[in-house]
Each structure stands twice: as structure tokens, then as C-alpha cells.
Design a protein around this ligand. Structure first.
Ligand code: ATP
Length: 296
């Protein structure tokens, strides 16, 4: 049975778009990335899946059950919303104990372990916490009952790089222990590092569903070169190069293929500086639109 299944799920907010015909599955054991730019519909899909909002048409299920008809299925789910709101006057430990009281198990030990991993002071009052520390409270709250399915909406926003790394280690450990992970992000790099499968969403529609390994094979690099003198455009016109731009002494292009061929080419000329970067999400989306033969 799939951990999550979206079946032709559509949610419109009056005239506003929401999501359209979302159709995909997350299998048990997956670390699944749900990626798209701001406003693409990631939170809408997740909130509909959890029964927090009602679909306009279609359905979404967790372990084969709809959260609207079978709310008890949510006991197996840990959810971190994109924005966390709390009763400010409470202490962190009181809030977490209160959350734990909804589950029929003793979560005290796990709360302490998670707080230690995430470097969270349990005695502090919520209103004394920074945005990042509030996010950590949300993470502990989502994981304290050892859920079978962990749903995280933009989990790393607000966490510093060290904490992001600790958080991803924690998520990997949960996955090794058997939990399925579904997380949304607009940061391609973190999805690339973490996930085995990925869905790309844009303007409310799923535009690509891929194994991470396939997405990597299709991967483009953004290459920026500064040259001491102007260089002829034809020098970089070679297989794998696209979106070639030359301005002043800067050369800028996307490259797809064996990175060694382009490095060898670059070494034939004199350069002042070289940058090889992951293309940003928009560029990946552009690539998919072009591949599907659509215009952008
Ligand atoms: N309560 C609402 N009322 C009206 N429109 C909404 C509402 N919530 C979301 N939308 C619209 O639905 C679309 C999808 O929004 P959603 O928040 O799901 O995107 P997202 O991918 O999660 O983006 P972000 O990363 O910015 O949170 C957007 O066009 C947004 O304006």
C-alpha cells in the first residue's frame, strides 16, 4: 500500500488557482521531495492531504485512508507546517507534553532525545524563542511520537546551516528506522541530497515525477567564466552548451553532459575566474517545459 496517494486532486480557492489534477503516489520507505517555487501549490496539496482543507474534486489518502473520513489515520503521521503558531506564554516542555498527550504512548524520553539533537532548551518560554528555535519546537513536535509517515512543509526555512544538517541527519535516521518522509521545498540542492524520488509542481500542476537518479542524469550546470580579454562566441559553441551569453568579459551558459569535456575546453583559453553552480529551480523548470515541447 502507498503511504500517500493523490488522485486527481484539485483545490480551488474561489477564483484563485490552488492545485489542479494532482496525481501521484509516495511509496512506503521513500524519502520523497515535493519541489516547486513559491505559490506553486505545495502547502495546498499537503493541507488537503491532511484534511485541514476540503478538496474541490479528487481525493488524497494516507495509508489508503482519507484523513477527512478517518481522522485516526493522523496518529501515524508527524506534520511540520510551513508556519508554526503557538501559545506564547507556554514553556516548550509543557507544549510538547501537551502534544504528546494525544498519543497513547510515553514520549518523554524521545522528547529529551530530540531536544538534545536539535539543541533546543525545553525550559524556555515560547515567546522568548527566535524564529529558528520555534521551528525546532515544530520539528520535535512532529517527531515525538515516532510517526510512520513524516510530512514536512518547508522544514529548513529559518534553520542555520549547521541545524539544517543535523535536521537532515535526523530525518535520514527516521527513514532508516522505517518512516516514510514527504517534504516540500523550493531549494533544489537539499531535495537532491536527501530524496530518492521527487515531484515537481508549478502553477498548481505536477510537471514532472522522477527518480532522483534520473533527475541527476538530466542535470545541468550553470557555468560562469570571466576572461581577461573578450572571447569569440564560437569558442563555446559545443555540444551540451545552451543559453550561451557573452557580455563584456563574462561568459555565461548552461552545460549538460560530461563535465570533463567543458573543463578541457575552458583550459584551452586564458581565464580570470570560473564558477560552476547548480542551476536554480527556474532553470530546471525551463528545461522540463522545453523538453515537453511547451513554450515558456
Ligand atoms: N487561503 C487561500 N485563499 C486564496 N488563495 C490561496 C489560499 N492559500 C493559497 N492560495 C493560493 O493558492 C496557490 C498555491 O499556494 P500554496 O501556499 O499552496 O503554494 P506553496 O507552493 O506552498 O508556496 P509557498 O512556498 O510560498 O508556501 C497560490 O496561488 C496562493 O495564492
Amino acid at each position: 500500500m502507498s503511504a500517500i496517494e493523490f488522485k486527481k486532486l484539485t483545490k480551488s480557492y474561489g477564483k484563485s488557482r490552488g492545485i489542479i489534477d494532482v496525481n501521484f503516489k509516495v511509496e512506503e520507505g521513500d524519502i520523497f521531495g515535493f519541489i516547486g517555487p513559491n505559490g506553486a501549490g505545495k502547502s495546498t496539496a499537503i493541507r488537503t492531504l491532511l484534511g485541514l482543507i476540503h478538496p474541490t474534486s479528487g481525493s488524497a489518502t494516507i495509508f489508503g485512508k482519507s484523513c477527512i473520513e478517518h481522522p485516526q489515520v493522523k496518529k501515524d503521521v508527524g506534520y511540520l507546517p510551513s508556519e508554526v503558531f503557538y501559545y506564547d506564554h507556554m514553556r516548550v516542555i509543557d507544549l510538547l507534553n501537551y502534544s504528546a498527550s494525544f498519543y497513547k504512548k510515553d514520549c518523554k524520553k524521545r522528547i529529551r532525545e530530540l531536544a538534545e539533537i536539535m539543541d533546543l532548551d525545553l525550559k524556555k518560554k515560547i515567546d522568548d524563542l527566535s524564529f529558528g528555535n520555534r521551528k525546532k519546537v515544530g520539528i520535535v513536535q512532529g517527531l515525538l511520537h515516532d510517526p510512520k509517515l513524516i510530512i514536512l512543509d518547508e522544514p529548513t526555512s529559518g534553520l542555520d546551516p549547521l541545524m539544517q544538517q543535523k535536521f537532515f541527519e535526523l530525518i535520514r535516521d527516521e527513514n532508516k528506522k522505517g518512516a516514510t518522509i514527504f517534504f516540500s521545498s523550493h531549494i533544489l540542492g537539499e531535495v537532491q541530497r536527501m530524496c530518492n524520488r521527487v515531484a515537481l509542481i508549478k502553477e498548481g500542476r505536477i510537471i514532472k515525477l522522477e527518480k532522483m537518479s534520473d533527475l541527476r542524469e538530466n542535470n545541468y550546470k550553470r557555468i560562469r567564466i570571466e576572461t581577461p580579454a573578450a572571447i569569440d562566441r564560437s569558442f563555446f559553441e559545443m555540444p551540451g552548451v545552451s543559453k550561451l551569453e557573452l557580455k563584456d568579459h563574462m561568459v555565461n551558459f548552461l552545460f549538460r553532459g560530461d563535465i570533463n569535456t567543458v573543463i578541457r575546453k575552458i583550459s584551452q583559453t586564458n581565464i580570470a575566474n570560473l564558477l560552476i553552480e547548480e542551476p536554480d529551480l527556474e532553470e530546471i523548470f525551463l528545461h522540463y517545459y522545453e523538453k515537453e515541447g511547451e513554450t515558456v
